[in-house]
Ligand binder design. Structure first.
Ligand SMILES: [Cu+2]
Length: 384
């Protein structure tokens, strides 16, 4: 399958190059018909403008590096994240290197060989060796990148049950997330949107007759033990959403009517990532803005503390921007303590008692499910 895909990509690249050569040839036919001939000074002036433009693009590149590097994500907090970042940075470096060199050559030669009276350009209709070189180099580089990309993709997307993964469901709906753990048996009970019963707090539509469902734990805050593989099973209640966990370099669409999957192993706890220099810097900058807002009496001005976050990355409606859930990566002991404090589906729904729950469990889920869109829309948005 991968070989076929690679072959298709190579064929398409070859066709694209061939088509571009044809366009280039066609564009050569009508150069002599123009009656407006540029003078030497026109050409010189345009040559200088080329240099000015070159300085402009280099300038804006340096400016962007200096000003915007800080908005990049901090180091990847998942096992596969490093590989993913490496692929991205190598692609960036190649593009940047080629772009910098070719732009300089392009503009310099544009100036050097500008039109001058009495000067005739040396030209040749084609040169097989030259064409071969400028075709084969990009083909090798692109094929290398694509093959590496496919290899990385296959590795990242391989969701399997090896190494005893923690099974977690991420349930998307306009406009919030709910997470469900498999409980003691680490197996999620069957569920269907047809079984949703808000009045009985069965907000995820779990099948009460499925024995696997009784110990499932439904929460509004995702806790993950560091170093343990997590297999996410994603569902959507209404429209297309996308579970995006940028700090773990993870994203997967949530599609109504089907279960999609993604798997990763978190490697840095929340406590640890808060000490990362990039994160410390971002928190400092954000809180500076918030302090200014607080002084002006504006909302959203409480000091902010960094947390991993699950976001929706498909524009799914008007409160899409605020569709998020906090993720806490902690040690195994902390995770075990937390999960032991949560109530199971059986204890809440099956017993028919939904009143005496811990906050952050089912009553919060129900509350959120009943919230109107407008209420959600005016909520605070902790992201800057
Ligand atoms: Cu969404």
């Amino acid at each position: 399958m991968t070989a076929l895909l690679t072959l298709t990509v190579l064929v398409l690249v070859a066709i694209a190059i061939w088509q571009m050569t044809k366009i280039f040839e066609l564009s050569q036919l009508k150069t002599e018909s123009s009656s407006e001939v540029a003078t030497d000074s026109d050409n010189k002036y345009n040559g200088y403008l080329l240099f000015a433009f070159l300085i402009f693009i280099y300038g804006i590149t340096i400016f962007s590096f200096a000003k915007y590097t800080k908005v990049l994500l901090p180091e990847a907090a998942s096992e596969h994240g490093g590989e993913y970042d490496q692929l991205m940075w190598v692609s960036f470096a190649i593009i940047f290197f080629v772009q910098t060199i070719t732009q300089a050559l392009l503009h310099y030669f544009g100036y050097k060989y500008r039109g001058e009276k009495g000067k005739k350009a040396l030209f040749f209709a084609d040169n097989d060796r030259l064409e071969f070189i400028w075709t084969i180099i990009p083909v090798i580089v692109l094929a290398g990148l694509i093959l590496w990309g496919l290899y990385t993709w296959t590795n990242i997307m391989d969701v399997n049950d090896e190494d005893d993964p923690l099974i977690v469901e991420l349930y998307a709906q306009q406009f919030n997330w709910t997470a469900r753990y498999g409980g003691e048996d680490n197996v999620l009970g069957d569920a269907s949107v047809r079984l949703i019963d808000i009045n009985r707090a069965n907000v995820l539509g779990l099948d009460e007759s499925d024995p696997n469902a009784s110990d499932d734990i439904i929460v509004k805050e995702l806790h993950l033990p560091v170093g343990r593989k997590v297999n996410f099973m994603m569902r959507s209640q209404d429209v297309l959403h996308s579970a995006y966990m940028p700090h773990f370099r993870a994203q997967m669409n949530c599609v109504p009517g089907m279960i999609t999957q993604f798997s990763f192993t978190p490697t840095i706890t929340t406590e640890e990532i808060r000490l990362n220099p990039d994160v410390v810097d971002k928190v400092k900058r954000t809180n500076k803005i918030r302090a200014k807002k607080a002084a002006a009496g504006e909302p959203n001005s409480d000091p902010w503390e960094f947390d991993y976050v699950l976001l929706c990355n498909k524009i799914c409606g008007k409160s899409h921007y605020n569709m998020q859930m906090k993720i806490i990566v902690e040690t195994e002991e902390e995770y075990n303590k937390w999960i032991a404090e949560q109530t199971t589906f059986k204890e809440t729904v099956m017993s028919g008692d939904t009143m005496e729950q811990e906050p952050n469990t089912v009553d919060v889920v129900v509350e959120e499910a009943l919230k109107t869109e407008t209420e959600v829309a005016v909520e605070d948005n902790p992201m800057e």
